[in-house]
Design a protein around this ligand. Structure first.
Ligand code: HGA
Length: 616
């Protein structure tokens, strides 16, 4: 969601801040802004609705320079998308502040500050923090103490970065439930909500912890913990490369990321399988002892990651014989949960900063689970730091808001976990060997699935004028249908719903007419005949069928009643029933992508959505 960048240096920091914002664009935002401390105690401010490029133009038209500054990309939660609501917020041309998160008690603080004569220029919750800090500065506190005093009054979630133009020797930052990193340069230091923003200027970072306040100067950084004690936070050297986020020859990051899947999955499996089995130590020291005791698995996630969890439930119960529940994090965190004995709590999140998933994790830690296990793509993330066991997906940075390679690498990681639980719980060695071999073939089979692109691109044309689409699947293919529908709606803005095929006649069949495209993912197992009956029900009502099936599935176009002008059957090698959900996801990603391109939407940054959902 919102992006934060700040810098204090001896050189002009404008370009560093703008580049930092550009590198955070993938997170999704609606407006941007930048403020610089100016000689003589003034400050310069640029803000705009829309893209970072627009902000850069605005700065170019009316240039400024400064050795200390902050910049922000906002994803509105409180107050509309307007220039006045964009950050930085400024108090009396002196204090400039940017904020990610939500201040829950902002109305009462606003009233008390109004009483003291502060004038509010925005509808945001953020602006109150700016004036509140200013108020403490006016009482004689230096900026660092003013921030410490102010945050004591705040409830909610925040990462804040603030400077005082009349005391331009420091940037002060604070965080609760929203990530903040500090990057170390040579005689210059930086802050950001995500290391990506700072990779062109540094690789050396610390990650602030809950309740930390830090005083960041050009040549020193002092961190205070929630109790006000000076603390050292561990330094991390990032191995990410600054150009890992370039788009190269591809028209969109999403397309690049779809095509990176064979490599990303291969990287995720690398070094984790040997001699026909999953290596036990890949989940962390002591993992084996803990996994031996697991009698129930609770998976919690949001969005695409939730769909990954739904596939894993089928694997867990069928292969390991262990009951498994899957729940959406925003529901889990607010209900009274009964935890079965010896239950493992598994979270899935690409960014590891998903607010609802993090909150569910902290809730779960109080509930007596056997342990917590995270599947995540960002090694430095809060989720990774706060979980007992971790299995990293190695998808590399995912920039497109609509998740693709993060999803299929999550499936690969979940498959590793479920195979290990299956081994522990006595799945016969021969069967285990077959499944491990299938999983090992996943990168190759996904690579072959990408070859459906020309065919899928042609089908996409048929979706361009549509208002709605239904996606169907059964068993492990049902979450694939859910994911296909989510992808399509996210980036093409066509209303799409996924259903278990057996549910069709319990409601959605009412929507089917000659205008309604129905996309089905066909398994090559005992459920195929059942699915065929569901598809016949669609055809009987004139619905247009688009069926993706394994090359060997006993299904043909004639049977389905699809022909050139009406629907289609796309056959591809799905690699076996175990890995097929990951493989069949690929043509559905390509379908959503090409429909969106043809409809002319903003594929990588769809409207109203953000990459890592760091607010509730
Ligand atoms: N509440 C602030 C910041 C929103 C945010 O962090 N979004 O991700 C606002 O609405 O400006």
């Amino acid at each position: 969601m919102c992006g934060i960048v700040g810098a204090i240096a001896q050189r002009d920091v404008t370009a560093i801040l703008v580049e930092g914002l550009r590198r955070l664009e993938y997170r999704g935002y609606d407006s941007t802004g930048l403020a610089l401390a100016q000689p003589g105690g003034d400050l310069a401010l640029w803000r705009t609705v829309g893209k970072v490029a627009r902000l850069a133009e605005k700065i170019k038209a009316n240039p400024g320079e400064g050795v200390l500054g902050v910049a922000h990309s906002r994803w509105a939660t409180h107050g509309g998308v307007t220039e006045a609501n964009a950050h930085p917020h400024v108090s009396e041309n002196r204090i400039a502040l940017i904020h990610n998160g939500i201040i829950e008690n902002y109305l009462e603080i606003r009233e008390s500050l109004r009483g003291k004569g502060y004038v509010f220029h925005s509808e945001t919750d953020t602006e109150v923090v700016t004036h509140l800090i200013h108020d403490f500065v006016k009482q004689g506190h230096d900026l660092t103490d003013a921030v410490k005093l102010a945050v004591k009054q705040l409830t909610g979630a925040y990462a804040i970065v603030v400077f005082d133009a009349q005391q331009p020797d420091r940037i002060v930052v604070a965080r609760i439930a929203s990530p903040l990193v500090i990057g170390f340069g040579n005689g210059e230091n930086f802050v950001a909500s995500d290391v990506q923003a700072l990779l062109p200027v540094t690789r050396s970072f610390i990650f602030l912890e809950e309740g930390d306040v830090a005083d960041v100067r050009r040549d020193s950084v002092t961190v205070f913990d929630a109790r006000g004690r000076v603390v050292e936070r561990k330094r991390h050297e990032s191995s990410l490369s600054a150009d890992a986020v370039e788009r190269g020859e591809y028209a969109h990051y999403m397309l690049k990321e779809i095509h990176e899947q064979p490599q990303a999955i291969a990287d995720t499996l690398e070094g984790r399988i040997a001699n026909d089995r999953v290596l036990p130590n890949i989940f962390g020291v002591d993992a084996d002892a803990l996994l031996q005791r697991v009698r129930h698995v609770q998976i919690v996630a949001c969005g695409t990651s939730y769909h990954g969890g739904l596939v894993a439930r089928y694997w867990c119960e069928a292969l390991a014989g262990i009951p498994c529940s899957v729940e959406i994090a925003s529901e889990y965190r607010y209900r009274d949960v009964v935890v079965p004995k010896d239950s493992l709590f598994v979270t899935i999140s690409q960014s590891g900063e998903t607010a609802d998933t993090l909150a569910a994790l902290s809730q779960a830690k109080k509930l007596g689970y056997l342990g917590t296990f995270a599947i995540c793509n960002v090694p430095e993330s809060s989720l990774v730091r706060e979980s007992d066991l971790v299995l990293m997906t190695r998808a590399g940075p995912e920039i497109g808001v609509a998740s693709t390679k993060a999803n299929t690498t999550q499936l690969a990681a979940l498959a590793l976990l479920m195979l290990e639980l299956a081994r522990i719980n006595g799945l016969p060695a021969e069967r285990l060997r077959e499944l491990v071999a299938e999983l090992t073939s996943l990168p190759r089979v996904v690579d072959a699935a990408l070859k459906t692109e020309p065919e899928v691109r042609k089908l996409a044309e048929r979706f361009v004028p549509k208002q709605s689409a239904i996606f169907l699947g059964r068993g492990t293919y049902w979450p694939v249908a859910l994911e296909g529908a989510l992808k399509l709606k996210e980036i093409s803005y066509i209303h799409a719903e996924g259903y278990p095929a057996g549910e069709l006649k319990h409601g959605p069949l009412a929507l089917v007419d000659a205008e309604m495209p129905v996309v089905a993912v066909a398994p090559n197992d005992h459920l195929l005949e059942k699915l065929k009956s569901n598809l016949a029900e669609v055809r009987a009502r004139g619905g247009e069928l688009f069926v993706f099936a394994d090359a060997n599935a006993d299904i043909d176009a004639h049977q389905l009643g699809v022909h050139e002008a009406h629907g289609a059957l796309v056959k591809l090698d799905s690699g076996g029933n175990f890995i097929a959900p990951a493989v069949l996801t690929v043509p559905l990603q390509l379908l959503a992508y090409h429909v969106a391109v043809l409809r002319g939407t903003d594929v990588d940054q769809p409207r109203n959505l953000a990459k890592s959902v760091t607010v509730e």
